[in-house]
Design a binder for this molecule. Structure first.
Ligand code: PGA
Length: 225
């Protein structure tokens, strides 16, 4: 009997891009692709900017292998916090929330205390945190099941971190056995297969290359291609 391939999580982080029309165009194009040959082997998590979460969710809800994630979540609960998007508000749209991305840490000064608060708000409300770390020094809040290792030098630079170094970092992070270990940083079609087809790596977090649905689809196809 053929062994069932391990489920891999392939995450599109659109970051702060797109108008509503562009977001709609992306999702419509993406769901028109033929995923049948790989069904069951991967989960796709689309993380659009908050105003497009509902659109992404509506358009993909008939596809069991596609889920939606938020790019961030407030560290406050519901309340008088103008402009904030709290975890409870997100639960209708998103299954996941990216927390601790290096851009949030750098541009928005998010500290470990804030990030741990965000994780507890997310989990309390049934959102699964995808917690990003830049290196082994970044502490990981307890109960986090998805850890994305994203070395800053690799993000948006075209210099993806070699597989060997990624695996060495996984060891240094001393993750619990049930943790999903995701790699992110300049992932594209040409390098995705190496990570995806390694049993130690549970998925990919894709920024720039996820802005084009075709190139994101090409990345997914590298799994056991
Ligand atoms: P990149 O971004 O794929 O553009 O390097 C990854 C990320 O920041 O999540």
């Amino acid at each position: 009997m053929k062994a069932e391939k391990k489920t891999k999580y392939i995450i599109a982080n659109w970051k702060s891009n797109f108008t509503e029309t562009e977001a709609l165009q992306w999702v419509s194009t993406f769901i028109s692709y033929d995923f049948s040959s790989s069904l069951g082997n991967f989960r796709i998590i689309i993380c659009p900017p908050a105003p497009f979460l509902s659109l992404a969710r509506e358009k993909t809800k008939h596809l069991s292998f596609v889920q939606v994630g938020a790019q961030d979540v407030s560290f406050f609960p519901e309340g008088a916090y103008t402009g904030e998007i709290n975890a409870r508000a997100l639960t209708g749209f998103a299954h996941y929330a990216i927390i601790g991305h290096s851009e949030r840490r750098y541009y928005f000064g998010e500290t470990e205390r804030i990030l741990s608060q965000k994780c507890s708000e997310a989990t309390k409300n049934g959102l699964e945190p995808i917690f990003c770390v830049r290196a082994a020094g970044d502490s990981i809040p307890s109960h986090v099941r998805f850890v994305a290792y994203e070395p800053v030098e690799a993000i948006g630079t075209g210099n993806n971190e070699p597989l060997k170094k990624v695996l060495a970092m996984k060891k240094n992070l001393r993750l619990l056995p049930e943790t999903y270990f995701i790699y992110g940083g300049s992932v594209q079609k040409s390098n995705a297969g190496e990570y995806l087809n390694n049993p130690e790596i549970d998925g990919l977090l894709v920024g720039r290359a996820s802005r084009d649905p075709q190139s994101f689809f090409e990345i997914i196809k590298q799994y056991a291609a």
